[in-house]
Design a protein around this ligand. Structure first.
Ligand code: C2E
Ligand code: CA
Ligand code: CA
Length: 611
C-alpha cells in the first residue's frame, strides 16, 4: 500500500539479514541518524514485519539460508503492498554478488560489507528521499485526480442545467414560432405558414408534373355588417364557426388558413383536376349558407371564393394567392355568394387598373386634364343657352381618354375631389372669358357635373362659392349637375349642401334622369331647378312613335314640379321636332354639336347658330 500518511513521520527501515552482527551494526548507524529500525532474520519474519507496518525502506541481505535475498526481493516486489518499497541489497565483499540479478528482481541499490557509514547513510537517504518524492507525486496526482473528478462533476452539473435551459428555450421558441405561424382566434395557420405550404406545393409540382393543386381564396360577404351591428364578440364567434365548417369539408392533405379579418384561404393538394377544386368551393358555399347558431344569435353568412389553379409556370407562391384573390373580387362583383375561377386575362386587367391608378395620381399632379364644352340649346329661341363642361384626360401616351374610363377609378381611389374642383375652377374661368367676349354670350350659363363623392364634404357649398367669387362669375349662371344617387343618399349633409347651394343662387340639375331609382315624388322635397332626361330615353322616342316612351311623362311631371327639362343625346332632327312639341325647354346632343375643344368654343359662339 502506498500509504501517503507515512510521509513526514519518523522513517521506518526494515533490515532483513540472518547475521545478527550485521543487524546490530546497521541498526546502530541508522537509529543514530533518527530512523526507526526493525529487524528480520528471514523471509517469514520480514513478512510479519511488513504486515504489521509497511517500512519506508528495506535493507536486504543476499546470502541467507533457505530463501535468499533475490527470492525475498522477488516476493516483496510481487506483493502489491510492498511492491513500491525500495529495496537496497546488502552484500559482503567476498559474496558472489550478481548485481544484474539484484536489479532485475527489483532492487534499487546495494551496499557492501564492511560498511562504510557515510556511504550507507547517503544511499539510504537517497532512496528514502526518492520514495518520498514519489509518494509526494502520488499524493499530488491523487489530489489532482480528485480535483479533476470534482470539476468534471461540476461541469456535468452545469451542462445538465444548461441543457434544461436550452430545452426550455427551445420549447418557448417553438411556442413563439407557433404563435407567429397561427391565427390566435381560430388556431388555423396564418398567411405566413400558408405561403410556406404553398411554396412546398409549388416546388413539388415543379418536380412532379402529375402533382396537382389549387388555391381557394375566401372572403365573407358583408361580414362587416355583422361585426358592426352585433359586436366583435359575435363576429369572432362566427369566424370560429366558419373555420370549423370549412375544416370539416377538407381532407387531411389540405391546408385551411385564416388571413385575418374575414379572409380564409384553402390549399387543396393531391387533387385530380379542377373539378375537385370547384366541388370543394361549391360545398363550402353550400355549407356556409346554412344558418349559424351562435350563443345569442342566429346569423346568416355568405362568402365569395376565388380559385386559382396551381401550375408550375408560377414563379412565386404569392402570385397564386394574388390570382385567387383577383378571382375572389371578380366573384364579388358578379354578385357575391359564388366562386370564380381565375383566368390569366383577369390578371392583365388587374394590372391595367393598377396602372391607371398610378397614372391618374400623376395626372392630377401634372394637371393632364382638358375640358370639352358641349352646347345646350334653348328650344324656345333655338339659340345657345349654355355649355356642359365635359372633362377628358390628355394621357401622355394613350391620348385622349374619355371620362367614363377614368372618373369611376378616380372616385374609388379618392382623386375625384381634386379633379372635380380643378374642373369647376377652369370652367368658371372660361365662362368669364366667354361672357366678356360678345353680346351673344352675356347670359350663357355653364353646366358642371358634380360627382356624388363630393357630397361627403359638408363644406362643399362654400368651396364652390369661393371658386365662383374668385373667378368673378355669377352663381346664377352655374348649373350643377348631380346624379340621382346623391338624392338617394338623403342624409342631412346632402340636404344641407343642396340647401346652401340653392341659397347662393346656383341651379341644381338632376342628371341622367330615369336611370337611377329615385321616384318623382321623392325629388319633390329637394330644391331642384331642372331635370335632364337621359339619352337612352331620348333614343327610345323613335322606337315608340305613338307615345314617345316615357319622355312626355317626364317632361310633364318636371314642369308640374316647377322644373325645367333638358333632353340629352339629341342626334336627329325628328327628336328635336318631337321635343319641341312636348315643350321641352332645353336640348343637347350631336345634332347641335359634339363636345368642343375649349379653343373652338368662341368661334362656335361667333357664328351665332340657330336651330
Ligand atoms: P353625362 O353627364 O351624361 O354627359 C353626357 C355625355 O353624353 C357626354 O359623354 C357627352 O359627350 C355624351 N353625348 C353628348 N351628346 C351626345 C349624343 O348626341 N349622343 C350620344 N350618344 N352621346 C352624347 P362624355 O363626355 O364621355 O361624359 C361621360 C360622362 O362622364 C358624363 O355623362 C358624366 O357623367 C361624366 N363626366 C364628364 N365630365 C365630368 C366632370 O367634369 N365631372 C364629373 N364628375 N363627371 C364628368
Ligand atoms: Ca352631365
Ligand atoms: Ca347624362
Amino acid at each position: 500500500m502506498n500509504d501517503v500518511s507515512l510521509i513526514n513521520q519518523k522513517k521506518d527501515i526494515l533490515i532483513i539479514d540472518d547475521t545478527a552482527d550485521n543487524l546490530r551494526v546497521l541498526s546502530a548507524i541508522l537509529i543514530r541518524e533518527g530512523y526507526n529500525v526493525r529487524k528480520a532474520l528471514n523471509w517469514q519474519m520480514a513478512l510479519t514485519a511488513c504486515q504489521t507496518i509497511l517500512p519506508d525502506l528495506i535493507l536486504l541481505d543476499i546470502m541467507m539460508p533457505e530463501i535468499d535475498g533475490y527470492e525475498v526481493c522477488h516476493r516483496l516486489k510481487n506483493w502489491d503492498k510492498t511492491t513500491d518499497i525500495p529495496v537496497i541489497f546488502v552484500s559482503a565483499l567476498d559474496d558472489v554478488f550478481d548485481k544484474v540479478k539484484a536489479f532485475r528482481v527489483g532492487g534499487v541499490d546495494y551496499i557492501t560489507k564492511p560498511f562504510e557509514f557515510e556511504e550507507v547513510l547517503v544511499r539510504v537517504q537517497n532512496q528514502i528521499a526518492l520514495r518520498e518524492a514519489r509518494l509526494e507525486i502520488l499524493k499530488l496526482n491523487t489530489e489532482l485526480e480528485q480535483r479533476v473528478k470534482k470539476r468534471t462533476k461540476e461541469l456535468e452539473e452545469a451542462m445538465q442545467k444548461l441543457q434544461i435551459e436550452i430545452n426550455s428555450r427551445r420549447e418557448l421558441q417553438s411556442q413563439l414560432l407557433d404563435i407567429a405561424l397561427h391565427d390566435s382566434l381560430t388556431g388555423l395557420p396564418n398567411r405566413v405558414l400558408f405561403i410556406r405550404q404553398l411554396e412546398k406545393a409549388l416546388s413539388r409540382a415543379k418536380q412532379d408534373s402529375s402533382f396537382q393543386f389549387a388555391v381557394l381564396f375566401l372572403d365573407c360577404d358583408r361580414f362587416k355588417i355583422i361585426n358592426d351591428s352585433l359586436g366583435h364578440f359575435v363576429g369572432d364567434e362566427l369566424l370560429i364557426a366558419i373555420a370549423r365548417r370549412i375544416q370539416g369539408l377538407l381532407s387531411p392533405f389540405d391546408t385551411l388558413a385564416r388571413f385575418g379579418g374575414d379572409e380564409f384561404a384553402i390549399l387543396l393538394e393531391n387533387i385530380t383536376g379542377m373539378n375537385m377544386a370547384i366541388d370543394v368551393a361549391e360545398s363550402v358555399l353550400q355549407k356556409l349558407s346554412l344558418a349559424f347558431q351562435l350563443s345569442r344569435y342566429e346569423v346568416f353568412m355568405n362568402a365569395s371564393i376565388g380559385i386559382s389553379w396551381g401550375n408550375n409556370n408560377y414563379e412565386k407562391a404569392e402570385y397564386l394567392l394574388r390570382d385567387a384573390d383577383t378571382a375572389m373580387y371578380r366573384a364579388k362583383s358578379l354578385g357575391r355568394a359564388r366562386y370564380h375561377v381565375f383566368d390569366p386575362d383577369m390578371h392583365f386587367k388587374a394590372i391595367q387598373i393598377l396602372e391607371l391608378e398610378n397614372d391618374l395620381r400623376r395626372a392630377v399632379e401634372r394637371q393632364e386634364f382638358v375640358i370639352y364644352y358641349q352646347p345646350i340649346i334653348s328650344l324656345a329661341t333655338g339659340k345657345i343657352a349654355g355649355f356642359e363642361a365635359l372633362v377628358r384626360w390628355q394621357h401622355p401616351t394613350r391620348g385622349l381618354i374619355p371620362p367614363t374610363e377614368f372618373i369611376p377609378t378616380a372616385e374609388e381611389i379618392g382623386l375625384i375631389y381634386p379633379i372635380n374642383i380643378w374642373i369647376l375652377r377652369n370652367a368658371c374661368q372660361q365662362l368669364k372669358i366667354w361672357q366678356e367676349y360678345s353680346a351673344f354670350s352675356q347670359d350663357i350659363s355653364i353646366n358642371i357635373n358634380l360627382s356624388a363623392r363630393l357630397f361627403s364634404y359638408p363644406e362643399l357649398a362654400s368651396i364652390i362659392d369661393n371658386i365662383v367669387s374668385e373667378t368673378q362669375v355669377n352663381s346664377c349662371n352655374i348649373d350643377l349637375e348631380i346624379t340621382e344617387s346623391v338624392i338617394m343618399e338623403n342624409n342631412d349633409i346632402v340636404r344641407g349642401i343642396l340647401q346652401q347651394l340653392k341659397e347662393r343662387n346656383f341651379k341644381l340639375v338632376i342628371d341622367d334622369f330615369g336611370t337611377g331609382y329615385s321616384s318623382l315624388s321623392y325629388l319633390h322635397s329637394f330644391p331642384l331647378n331642372a331635370l335632364k332626361i337621359d339619352k337612352s330615353f331620348v333614343k327610345r322616342m323613335q322606337d315608340n312613335q305613338d307615345n314617345m316612351g316615357l319622355v312626355p311623362a317626364m317632361i310633364g311631371i318636371s314642369h308640374s314640379m316647377g322644373m325645367r327639362t333638358i333632353a340629352e343625346g339629341v342626334e336627329i332632327p325628328e327628336q328635336l321636332a318631337q321635343l319641341r312639341i312636348l315643350n321641352c325647354d332645353l336640348a343637347q346632343g350631336f345634332l347641335f354639336s359634339k363636345p368642343l375643344k375649349q379653343e373652338d368654343v368662341l368661334d362656335f359662339i361667333a357664328t351665332n347658330p340657330q336651330w
